[in-house]
Design a protein around this ligand. Structure first.
Ligand SMILES: NC(=O)c1ccc[n+]([C@@H]2O[C@H](COP(=O)([O-])OP(=O)(O)OC[C@H]3O[C@@H](n4cnc5c(N)ncnc54)[C@H](O)[C@@H]3O)[C@@H](O)[C@H]2O)c1
Length: 255
């Protein structure tokens, strides 16, 4: 078994969700200590207990990442309990629909727009702002941002807030890669296609089947397949890779 993360603390946001928990499992399997950030307190506490029973070093902090003070409290508690983090996975993301449909610009309540910007984009600034001082000082760090192919190409399944925030993450990734490079901190993004997680249930099954039919690999992806790509960026194998966006999409949209 590889153990690329022995002795390292990694923070994962949206850690209780489909892709987040697959990333957590993969990191733990390779020896990492993992700080779990998610606002689903009940599921998070149960997951933390289960992981601790399995002998893993984890710390769950119920957090609404759209609030800076909550991100600060989560970061402080995790680093106090598990040690300073050298890897940050900004995985959290939401893609709201109304009756399975993405709202058009004239239909979208500003409150929904603001919420998606807060969760998908502002939280990534908050967490990276908190985590990078230690990485810079340690001259070691990895930031991985969870974008989407919908941030790279037009995709009619999602609404504009989702596309805009996921495209925004690509801008942040390149900008921060340039800012942090001289400190030996890398910043990369993943752009998953359609992955089988609870997030997909926001649209009717036919829509997901139709996407699978037009991918090169003719199927949806699994959370574990996204986790594999995430661990590459998080690991020493990717030490000379920064400012990049990797599609994990089975050949869907091929941006
Ligand atoms: N599933 C896909 O097909 C797909 C495709 C492309 C990109 N992505 C991206 O991958 C990431 C993970 O998606 P997923 O499919 O695992 O989603 P998911 O819905 O399974 O998990 C999202 C997690 O984020 C948590 N969360 C939501 N709002 C939060 C908040 N305000 N504060 C803290 N936690 C919050 C939820 O409780 C949940 O555990 C997201 O950024 C998503 O945009 C997913």
């Amino acid at each position: 078994m590889n153990a690329r993360f022995t002795g390292q603390t990694i923070i994962v946001t949206g850690a209780v969700g489909g892709i987040g928990s697959a990333i957590v499992e993969a990191l733990l399997a390779e020896g990492g200590r993992v700080g779990l950030v998610d606002f689903n307190a009940q599921a998070g506490q149960a997951y933390e207990k289960e992981l601790q029973k399995r002998g893993h070093d984890v710390c769950f902090v119920p957090t609404d990442v759209s609030h800076f003070e909550q991100c600060q409290a989560a970061y402080d508690r995790i680093t106090r309990e598990l040690g300073a983090a050298t890897v940050l996975v900004n995985n959290v993301g939401i893609s709201p629909k109304t009756n399975g449909r993405a709202l058009k610009v004239w239909e979208m309540p500003p409150a929904e727009w603001n919420n998606v910007v807060s969760v998908n984009l502002n939280s990534v600034f908050y967490m990276t702002h908190l985590a990078t001082p230690h990485m810079v000082q340690a001259r070691q760090g990895r930031v991985i941002n969870m974008s989407s192919v919908a941030g790279r190409a037009y995709c009619d399944i999602v609404a504009a807030h989702y596309a805009a925030t996921k495209a925004g993450l690509i801008g942040l990734t390149r900008h921060w890669a340039a800012e942090l490079g001289e400190h030996q901190v890398t910043v990369n993004a993943l752009a998953p296609g359609r992955i089988s997680t609870p997030l997909l249930k926001s649209v009717p099954q036919e829509i997901n089947d139709a996407v699978a039919a037009v991918t090169a690999l003719r199927r949806l992806g699994t959370p574990e397949e996204v986790a594999d790509a995430c661990l590459f960026f998080a690991s020493d194998q990717a030490r000379f890779v920064t400012g990049q966006v990797l599609d994990v999409a089975g050949g869907w949209l091929m941006t």
